[in-house]
Design a protein around this ligand. Structure first.
Ligand SMILES: [Zn+2]
Length: 130
């Protein structure tokens, strides 16, 4: 039986089934679980696409911070992989726990609202002279 090939994901090559043009990272006997994060030769990879028929798993290298600290930022950023969520405002709750869509780590968040006022003069009150 042929081995599964873990290769650096390239959308075009994957789509065209030109798997051999994607850099080979490792060959494994058993099907790697799609969605998992893998450590291969000291580097960390996340799964991007899988072709069970051709036994190819496309992966992307990521950097995981295994001991992140709580952070305050204007951006919603995964403390583990640094992925920024531009659509964090779509999170319905102001706090909660989500799974990072990039590295699948669990993140707890609290959204803080900052309100600023923009004030423009329109018409000053008429002063009655007596
Ligand atoms: Zn992440």
């Amino acid at each position: 039986m042929s081995m599964w090939q873990i290769r650096i994901y390239d959308m075009k090559h994957f789509w065209d089934k030109n798997y051999h043009l994607m850099e080979l990272v490792k060959e494994v006997q058993d099907e790697p679980e799609f969605g998992s994060v893998f450590e291969i030769n000291g580097k960390t990879y996340r799964s991007c696409a899988s072709s069970p028929m051709n036994k190819v798993l496309g992966v992307q290298q990521i950097t995981l911070n295994d001991d992140p600290e709580e952070q305050y930022d204007d951006d919603f950023k995964c403390p583990y992989c640094g992925e920024t969520y531009d659509d964090a405002w779509e999170l319905s709750a102001d706090d909660g726990t989500i799974e990072c869509s990039n590295c699948h780590s669990e993140i707890e968040y609290t959204r803080e609202h900052t309100v600023t006022y923009s004030v423009n003069p329109v018409k000053m009150v008429e002063v009655v002279k007596l």
